[in-house]
Design a protein around this ligand. Structure first.
Ligand code: NAI
Length: 340
């Protein structure tokens, strides 16, 4: 079956890691027509907007996109393209699987958890204003609708993926109304999933527990800001940002992207680790029903890690992005799993 997928190379290291990933995916033999589109500063130059209608329309039509990182300058005058994209497509669930990889040093080689982050509200609405000079108010919005929807997604994800427990992470002891509502919605939804254990942790304790005893966690569900921070912490547990994939899921579309950003410090050097975006691509393949191709590419990638000979610099190796991708393609060819 032929698939049409929107491809957004992104900024910084984006085009390098996307190119490597597309080569690996194509080597599996999956029939994909990529429709390349742009966002952010590039789009601002070309179309006068960072979120061009043509890009949004392409994703709406294809229902699936693979996206490289987009930079968001800190300070005034440039709102986050990532937040804008998630809002315009109502990509309400951000899913970040965190699994230890063979051969990559990790304090807990059995680590295997999933962070489910609410993507549409919380402090990320960017509702800030100056109350009086020297005093700024930033408004946190938490709604019953979004909290229920993300809890429902987390439990459904747990059931569909053979997971046993969902933990809500919050600070309801201090933010009694907002985080209290999130927690209340979580336990209301939990009642409908008696086969899945439900518990909760206060965010600060959760961070400590993730570092000390991460094996106690299975699926975590969090508001937007906590989810952003905790998923980076979890990426650190398995060897860094270059290894953590992600998916932004909505009712109408899904956008797959790495947890990391555009890494301007190493952009253009051909040394970035494409693993996170590749694994996002594998989540995408499974999302469109191409399980076999995803499994073959994943097996080859895991074999390259287990050998530990061709690793990028962030993992202590010397391989360039392309060399790492070539090693995976070679592994697929050697096992007869590649079409290339
Ligand atoms: P970053 O994730 O781009 O980089 C943090 C550190 O991790 C850097 O030292 C970088 O070299 C390293 N790193 C990240 N990905 C890597 C990879 N694949 N291989 C090897 N090393 C890697 O975070 P930073 O510097 O805070 O953000 C840079 C830009 O990216 C900002 O404009 C930010 O807004 C944007 N960003 C975009 C995201 C997205 O598009 N989803 C997510 C996070 C940040």
């Amino acid at each position: 079956m032929k698939h049409t997928i929107t491809l957004i190379p992104g900024d910084g290291i984006g085009p390098e890691i996307i190119a490597a990933t597309v080569r690996i995916i194509e080597a599996t033999g999956v029939d994909i027509e990529w429709q390349t589109h742009i966002l952010g500063a590039l789009a601002q130059e070309k179309y006068g907007t960072t979120l061009p209608e043509s890009t949004i329309e392409s994703i709406k039509q294809n229902k699936v996109a693979l996206k490289g990182p987009q930079m968001t300058p800190i300070g005034k005058g440039f709102t986050s393209v990532n937040v804008g994209l998630r809002k315009s497509l109502d990509l309400y669930a951000n899913v970040r699987p965190i699994k230890a990889l063979p051969g990559i040093p990790c304090r807990n080689p059995e680590l295997d958890l999933v962070v489910v982050r609410e993507n549409t509200e919380d402090l990320y609405l960017g509702l800030e204003h100056v109350v009086v000079p020297g005093v700024v108010e930033s408004i946190k919005i938490i709604t019953e609708k979004a909290s229920t929807r993300i809890a429902q997604y987390a439990f459904e994800y747990a059931v569909a993926n053979g997971r046993k427990k969902v933990t809500a992470v919050h600070k309801a002891n201090i933010m009694k109304l907002s985080d209290g509502l999130f927690l209340e919605c979580f336990y209301n939804v939990a009642k409908n999933f008696p086969q899945i254990e439900a518990d909760d942790k206060i965010i600060d304790n959760c961070c400590m527990q993730l570092v000390m005893r991460p094996e106690q966690f299975d699926v975590l569900v969090l508001e937007n800001l906590y989810g952003d921070i905790v998923s980076d912490l979890c990426a650190g547990l398995i060897g860094g940002l270059g290894l953590a994939p992600g998916a932004n899921i909505g009712e109408q579309a899904a956008v797959f992207e790495a947890v990391h950003g555009s890494a301007p410090d190493i952009a253009g050097q051909g040394i970035a680790n494409p693993t996170a975006i590749l694994m996002s691509g594998l989540l995408m393949l499974r999302h469109i029903g191409e399980h076999d191709a995803a499994n073959r590419a994943e097996t080859a990638m895991l074999a390259v890690f287990a050998e530990g000979k061709v690793l990028t610099r962030d993992l202590g190796g010397t391989a360039r992005t392309e060399e790492f991708a070539n090693a995976i393609i070679q592994k697929m060819k050697a096992s007869g799993a590649a079409n290339a």
